[in-house]
Design a protein around this ligand. Structure first.
Ligand code: F6P
Length: 366
């Protein structure tokens, strides 16, 4: 007999399309296949700390119809690390320290036997740390950035690429009408997956990604060569973490208490201004920003999220704790959270994305 009767599920970190589809799959598999109870923990680790009405029972009706919805019915928070936490003590004093024991206690009080944590690097780091404390944790890899180690794909990435591609299609028509260079800044933190994928799909002239430091003169030369062939506009996709040869990333803000306090952003304007000067065409920058995280998940993300959620419950039932669900080719598998944390993935030169871009002589700034 399995000792698992009630499981908890939470979403934490930046949201992304497909979170609700995972929550639905977890809930349906747990209830219908294994007769378990499911408790949703609202607001990520903050809800785990605060307990009370942040713990809500999830039934089949609660997850009905949510597969197509962006965001998360459980809400999220991206700056609550209970192992390094700002809190107010019983005397009203502002304090700082490790409050993870409160989270463990709240799980015990709620009778939660295992916890499914849906998140990216920061969220899963805490997941691993709770696992080290004896909590039965299974992770599900979420992020539009697709930069988590061990898994081939994170859910949310496909939707972000589709959104960025649609934006590029729209920007192309206005770039062409006005003979402008349009620089499109994509998200992705220190990885260029969204940038390179949307540049290929959107037919961009150039793609600048963090993995390949760029020489702005090379980008300008590529646009000038196109002009000589009669193309008087250009689309340049730049990932937010890109940097020039010998230069550094552009930081937009620093968020104290966040597991990763640096927020990137602003490189699009830098590149647009430089290209305007070097090429002699008017340039504009569009920062796609959080639109890439919103909206309804693509069919592929809905399917992947459903597979991930269902498989996370299977891992719980098999007692495979301390692991994250992964996609290996087309197959589901798992890897230890210990192997995932702190080893972010990058776009490799040998990847099919770079090969495709180089085959059609897309300028990559090198
Ligand atoms: O990790 C997802 C992501 O959207 C990154 O692509 C981006 O750099 C970051 O989160 C933005 O974070 P925030 O929502 O805190 O501005």
């Amino acid at each position: 007999m399995s000792e698992i009767k009630r499981i908890g599920v939470m979403t934490a970190g930046g949201d992304c399309p497909g979170l609700n589809a995972v929550i639905r799959a977890v809930t349906k598999t747990a209830i219908l296949k294994y007769g378990l109870e499911v408790v949703g923990i609202k607001h990520g680790y903050r809800g785990l700390y605060l307990g009370g009405d942040n713990f809500v029972k999830l039934g089949l009706n609660d997850v009905s119809g949510i597969i197509s919805k962006g965001g998360t019915i459980l809400y999220s928070s991206n700056k609550d690390n209970l192992f390094d936490y700002d809190y107010i003590d019983e005397n009203g004093n502002q304090c700082h320290g490790d409050r993870s024991d409160v989270g463990v206690e709240n799980l015990k009080k709620a009778g939660i036997d295992a916890l499914i944590v849906i998140g990216g690097d920061g969220t899963l780091t805490s997941g691993r740390d709770f696992s080290r404390k004896g909590v039965k944790v299974v992770g599900v890899p979420k992020t539009i950035d697709n930069d988590l180690a061990s898994t081939d794909t994170t859910f949310g990435f496909d939707t972000a690429v589709a959104t960025a591609t649609e934006a590029i299609d729209k920007l192309r028509t206005t770039a062409e009408s006005h003979s402008r260079i349009i620089v499109v800044e994509a998200m992705g933190r220190y990885a260029g997956f969204i940038g390179i994928a949307s540049a290929i799909a959107g037919g961009a002239d150039a793609a600048l990604i963090p993995e390949i430091p760029y020489d702005i003169n090379k980008v300008a030369d590529a646009i000038k060569a196109n002009r000589e062939r009669g193309k008087d506009f250009a689309i340049v996709v730049v990932s937010e973490g890109s940097k020039p040869l010998g230069g550094d990333v552009v930081v937009s803000k620093v968020i104290e208490n966040s597991p990763d306090p640096i927020r990137l952003g602003g490189i699009g304007n830098v590149v647009a201004n430089q290209l305007e000067e070097l090429v002699g065409l008017e340039a504009r920058a569009t920062i796609l920003g959080h639109v890439q995280r919103g909206g309804s998940p693509t069919a592929n993300d809905r399917i992947l999220s459903t597979r991930y959620g269902a498989y996370a419950v299977e891992l719980v039932m098999q007692g495979k704790f301390g692991n994250m669900v992964i996609l290996d080719g087309n197959d589901l598998s798992y890897d230890s959270l210990e192997n995932v944390i702190g080893c972010n993935k990058a776009v490799e030169e040998s990847s099919y994305w770079i090969q495709a871009a180089r085959s059609i002589s897309m300028c990559l700034g090198d």
